[in-house]
Write a protein that binds this ligand. Structure first.
Ligand SMILES: [Zn+2]
Length: 119
């Protein structure tokens, strides 16, 4: 028996964690609700030498990759929370079958059943 309120709590906890992690590598896009942007390094620092700038750019590229991953996961979590509100949570979006309880407990944001998971 699926306990949706447990899964909802798991999703809400994950959302808090993802939001915290995102705020370390990026910031909210003020123009698009729910969108995040990687934080850019301060390249105008007058004391930075060429190596510092190269390090900053490297760090920015690392942040961007992490930011994209976290943002994608946050979107999945938000989508799952929206489906709980809409009453369509736990239904495979490919075949419409009920998603296995074990799968939801392993990944409460799973949008598909085991047969239709994408990797
Ligand atoms: Zn399916």
């Amino acid at each position: 028996m699926t306990n949706i309120s447990d899964l909802k709590n798991m999703l809400l906890e994950e959302k808090v964690r993802l939001t915290n992690e995102l705020s370390m590598v990026g910031h909210k896009n003020p123009e698009i609700e729910g969108d995040w942007e990687p934080s850019a390094p301060d390249l105008n620092n007058p004391t930075a030498d060429v190596n510092d700038v190269a390090d900053s750019i490297e760090a920015f590229e690392g942040n961007s990759a992490i930011e994209v991953e976290l943002e994608a996961r946050l979107l999945e979590v938000d989508t799952a929370l929206a489906r709980i509100e809409a009453g369509t949570y736990g239904i495979c979006r490919i075949c419409g079958a009920k998603i296995e309880d074990a799968r939801l407990h392993a990944n409460p944001a799973a949008p598909t059943c085991i047969a239709h998971r994408e990797g």
